[in-house]
Design a protein around this ligand. Structure first.
Ligand code: SAH
Ligand code: MG
Length: 225
């Protein structure tokens, strides 16, 4: 019998393909496996709720978290815009804890993670679902107008960049949509404070977002108003 209503099969609980998970874990970056899996799950849920809206990732680095999100975008049939200037955060620069000399462009002496990002997304077969946007997050946000089903913030972790990411991107999360924030450390001894103080707390205090899950330093919030 012909079915007049198209019920999409549920995507909830579909894990990242093991080969892609291996690729993500072998890609340079800072996303732990369990948090990547939680991000994938949250993204599928976001797609289940708002299947027609695209997603934004702020802070892709070499594309590690982007593989989890991009695979979820492929399942949902949406597009992930992956925003990064690819010159690294303050905490990625020479002399800081998270510096990697392999990502320095020898010509300029500046970090350039774009070639690594391109390679990761190409190797993952995700070019149809992931669009890299090369630029500073506040500049990209300035003219952004499309409501988003998911925003994942993992950009600069200083006070200024975190504030700008909150101001620039959280208004674009559609009601019912998801705000995911990485490196949220309520305990100052565990890590830097700005993602907690400048993004996570303001989102909850605004009354527009509710906490839905916690995995390591990953917080998943839903826009409620
Ligand atoms: N999500 C990545 C890690 C991101 S590291 C992973 O899973 O491994 C943070 C990234 O944010 C860096 O690549 C840095 O270049 C980028 N970044 C920091 N501040 C930014 C800004 N203001 N605009 C755009 N990108 C920024
Ligand atoms: Mg991070």
């Amino acid at each position: 019998m012909a079915c007049r209503h198209h019920h999409r099969p549920s995507l909830l609980g579909v894990p990242l393909d093991p080969a892609l998970r291996e690729l993500a874990l072998s890609t340079k970056g800072f996303m732990p496996a369990d948090e990547g899996d939680a991000l994938h799950d949250a993204a599928l849920r976001a797609g289940d709720t708002l299947p027609d809206a695209p997603w934004v990732e702020v802070g892709s680095y070499c594309g590690r978290s982007t593989i989890w999100l991009g695979d979820a975008a492929r399942h949902v049939g949406t597009t992930l815009y992956a925003v990064d200037h690819h010159h690294g955060s303050e905490e990625n620069q020479a002399g800081w804890e998270h510096h990697d000399t392999e990502v320095v462009d020898v010509r300029t002496g500046r970090m350039d993670t774009l070639p690594f990002f391109r390679r990761a997304i190409g190797d993952a077969g995700l070019e149809e679902h992931v669009v890299g946007i090369i630029g500073r997050s506040p500049v990209v946000a300035r003219h952004w107008a499309t409501p988003l089903a998911l925003v994942f913030i993992d950009g600069g972790h200083g006070v200024e960049p975190a504030r700008a990411d909150y101001a620039g991107w959280t208004p674009h999360v559609a009601v019912g949509g998801t705000l995911a924030i990485h490196d949220v450390f309520p305990d100052p001894a565990a890590g830097g404070r700005p993602p907690y103080e400048e993004i996570y707390l303001p989102a909850l205090e605004s009354g527009r977002f509710e906490l839905t899950s916690v995995t390591g330093s990953l917080r998943i919030l839903r826009r409620v108003g």
